[in-house]
Design a protein around this ligand. Structure first.
Ligand SMILES: [Zn+2]
Length: 231
């Protein structure tokens, strides 16, 4: 092709012994995987066809990247669904305090890893205090308190919560960043699994008895949930 078309994004073409063309979009970069001997004109033709799709995915990734959690002085972090400005304060003994609009991290080291560690430990503690108490209360309201074995906290990649058949309920402690009604929905959801170990109609009826707005809250988690992930 003499006149290469121009695209509103950068891309890289990598060739290998493959049979078909494919496009990979990762961390805001576009890579076109092409069969070794495919003429360039065909590769460009493919890019022209897929242009709208590429642009859509690049925009989506951009949004997700900017919403990635960063624990640094001056940045904002959510707690109970409210943004708090991070303030790093030098102190010999680390501690974290939350005010109405700020999150104070007292620390000896300003390193991002140290800050993230203080923040994670603190958030986990908040989760174990709030969510454990609420889960016991909800299980009691549902009349299944004796089925609840224990409440544990993990940072899982894909799940907000999980209820095991032995009555152990597991939560992702990053949930503490979500608004309180969303946290309470998650608690209602997992506690209702102590009654029904499935997602049947009866299960959702049980959820509704302790969380009447569950439908909206479920949608909220689906739409905004990725904002809370740390990588
Ligand atoms: Zn479930």
């Amino acid at each position: 092709m003499d006149n290469y078309p121009t695209f509103p994004f950068d891309f890289e073409i990598t060739r290998s012994k493959r049979k078909t063309l494919s496009i990979i979009i990762k961390s805001g970069k576009v890579e076109v995987k092409s069969p070794d001997f495919m003429p360039e004109v065909d590769v460009y033709q493919f890019l022209i066809q897929k242009q709208a799709w590429i642009k859509k995915h690049l925009t989506e990734q951009e949004v997700k990247l900017t919403q990635k959690l960063v624990i640094t002085d001056g940045y904002e972090v959510m707690f109970f669904g409210k943004p708090r400005r991070i303030e790093v304060i030098y102190a010999g003994r680390p501690k974290v305090e939350v005010t109405d609009d700020r999150l104070l991290i007292y620390t000896r080291s300003n390193e991002p890893q140290a800050l993230e560690k203080h923040f994670s430990n603190w958030l986990k503690l908040q989760a174990s205090e709030y969510m454990t108490t609420q889960t016991i209360k909800t299980a009691r309201a549902l009349g299944v308190e004796e089925r609840l074995k224990e409440v544990v906290f993990r940072k899982t990649k894909t799940k907000w919560g999980h209820c095991c058949s032995d009555g152990t309920i597991q939560y992702n402690w990053l949930t503490m960043m979500a608004p309180k009604p969303v946290i309470d929905y998650l608690i209602a959801h997992e506690s209702s699994h102590l009654v029904h170990m499935n997602h049947s109609k009866k299960f959702w009826q049980t959820v509704a008895t302790v969380c009447p707005d569950y439908k909206d809250l479920k949608d909220w988690l689906k739409t905004y949930g990725h904002r809370f992930w740390t990588e």
